[in-house]
Design a protein around this ligand. Sequence first.
Ligand SMILES: [Zn+2]
Length: 62
Amino acid sequence: MSLKARAVEKIERSGISNYAFDDDQLILCGVRYALNPCACGAPDCDGVALQRVSQVSSPTLQ
Ligand SMILES: [Zn+2]
């Protein structure tokens, strides 16, 4: 199963339906998350870790 599919499962299990994907990044409430494989080994782990992506779109004044 792809990371994206795992992330979708994880999100929908949380009852969240308002999300979107941009390439391989998840956008949730206007916040971007990178999808990383999780290797914690917990028995209930869904295998995906969402890492918040800091917005680097600082406006440039020219
Ligand atoms: Zn894990």
